[in-house]
Design a protein around this ligand. Structure first.
Ligand code: UD1
Ligand code: CA
Length: 472
């Protein structure tokens, strides 16, 4: 057995409104990479600590922020007045100071932070006698960040905020990323020593570095190579940048795992998506939510697939929209198909251009290749649905089901008025309006019969005063 692991508490600071977002919605509720910013922070925290050791400091729109977190067991600390990053910890003192081990502090508006980086911070602390560790980065332009001030022997002395920094300190490129890990006992023993003695009259969490230093303890800095991992979202330009980086990260992960992505800079794949090897994703595809795609599929250009289950060997041709649907192995869909919630396409079935399905099960090998609306329908294996077929499933008040049997053949431009049952192997004549059941193996015809009137046209021409010439 390894040595007993010291427990870690993660506190996520998320009380700010984020004025620069110019939004009616709290900053951490905005989305990047398919999730709200707060969900990113919580998911990262869950890789570090169990839910009952994770606390979110909420303030602006506290109820909505709470509601955005679905994981049970996460704690919330209410900071009704935002008096600074240090104050955010002070308001949680009562609960948090009872928790031993390590105290990790992250931001709710930094969705790019990886759990591995926080773990590195914790491990650095674990293997040293320091009281705390913080993440820093050498930035080409650290404007706006607190600067890490080191003594001649490289020991971190203090953090100076941009506004309080001297001209010499402003030249320092090592910036504080705002991510910390402290020994909980030492942190809480000295937390009272923070004073709002700065122009903003705020409690600065950064002051803890100097406070612990004065008490004879050390805080180390762990440098990361790419400060973008700690990008804090302040405005919508940064939100777009974080979204781009998250999607780039996801695409790279998938490509390294065996998925071909053409022009990856054009596609959007949410972090929760899974894709099997040898699947090819064409440019501008959007694959969202909890979608799972099997092996050896093709996802056509500009298709949008959300919360759907796609088996192996499925081809989705360009410009197809799939929402909450299941496509089994070997299905071919699109181009220009719309598969709405509750669509289930069994093995090797096909839907083609301008075909819309809603709450409809298409049996194995069944085909609806052109221009159809199939809603609330159950279509048997091997059935063929002709171009222009419409299930009239809605009478203005209620939805009604349609059942079409195995191997049935529905002729083009049929109007199927539900509720309706068409038996196995039955035919429906093209252009029919079908309002009653068609028994198995029968032909259902619901249209006026064609009548040909012999010589009608020539007689009409003869009657007509002005001669009509051909081609006119
Ligand atoms: C902070 C650091 C700075 C660091 C930077 C990195 C301090 C004093 N400064 O500055 O050294 O370089 O982060 O991004 O800590 N929050 C609360 N309650 C509050 C105040 C803030 O929950 O009372 C939350 C905010 O919602 C935000 C996070 O804490 O998610 C950071 O606060 P912010 O005001 O953006 O800190 P910075 O000024 O960026
Ligand atoms: Ca900030």
């Amino acid at each position: 057995m390894e040595e007993m692991e010291t427990p870690v508490t993660v506190v996520i600071l998320a009380a700010g409104l984020g004025t620069r977002m110019k939004s009616r919605m709290a900053k951490v509720l905005h989305r990047a990479g398919g999730k709200t910013l707060i969900e990113h922070a919580v998911d990262t925290a869950l890789e570090i600590a169990p839910a009952d050791r994770i606390f979110v400091v909420v303030g602006h729109q506290a109820d909505r922020v709470r509601a955005a977190i679905s994981t049970p067991g996460i704690g919330f600390i209410e900071q009704t007045e935002q008096l600074g990053t240090g104050h955010a910890l002070l308001v949680g003192r009562e609960i948090l100071s009872k928790l031993d081990g390590y105290l990790a502090i992250v931001y709710g508006d930094g969705p790019l932070l990886r759990a591995a980086t926080v773990r590195r911070l914790i491990e650095t602390l674990q293997s040293s006698d320091a009281a705390g560790a913080l993440l820093s980065a050498d930035m080409p332009d650290p404007t706006g960040y607190g600067r890490v001030i080191r003594s001649v022997d490289e020991i971190v002395k203090t953090i100076v905020e941009q506004k309080a920094a001297s001209p010499e300190q402003l030249l320092i490129r090592e910036a504080n990323m705002g991510i910390y890990c402290y020994r909980a006992d030492l942190f809480w023993r000295h937390v009272d020593e923070m004073r709002p003695d700065n122009p903003a009259h705020e409690y600065y969490l950064t002051d803890m570095v100097a406070i612990l230093g004065r008490a004879g303890h050390r805080v180390t800095a762990v440098k990361i190579d790419d400060a973008r991992e700690c990008l804090g979202i302040n405005n919508r330009i940064e939100l777009a940048e974080a979204d781009r980086l998250l999607r780039e990260r996801k695409a790279n992960e998938l490509m390294l795992a065996g998925v071909t992505i053409e022009r990856p800079e054009t596609i959007s794949i949410d972090s929760g998506v899974q894709i099997g090897i040898d699947t090819v994703v064409e440019p501008f595809a959007r694959i969202l939510g909890s979608t799972r795609i099997g092996e050896n599929c093709r996802i056509g250009a500009s298709s949008v697939i959300e919360d759907s289950n796609i088996g192996d060997d499925v081809t989705i041709a360009p410009l197809t929209v799939v929402t909450n649907a299941t496509l089994e192995r070997g299905v071919k869909a699109g181009p220009f198909s719309r598969l709405r919630p509750g669509s289930h396409l069994a093995e090797n079935s096909h839907v083609g251009n301008f075909v819309e399905l809603k709450k409809t099960r298409l049996g194995a090998g069944a085909k609806a290749n052109h221009l159809a609306y199939l809603g609330d329908a159950e279509i048997g294996a091997g059935a063929n649905i002709g171009a222009g077929t419409i299930t009239c499933n809605y009478d203005g008040a209620h939805k009604h089901p349609t059942r079409i049997g195995r191997g049935a053949f529905v002729g083009s431009n049929s109007t199927l008025v539900a509720p309706l049952v068409i038996g196995d192997g039955a035919y429906v004549a093209a252009g029919s309006v079908i309002t009653g059941p068609v028994p198995a193996d029968a032909l259902g015809m619901g249209r006026a019969r064609q009548v040909n009137k012999a010589d009608w046209a020539s007689k009409r021409r003869a009657r007509s005063a002005a001669p009509v010439t051909a081609n006119e």
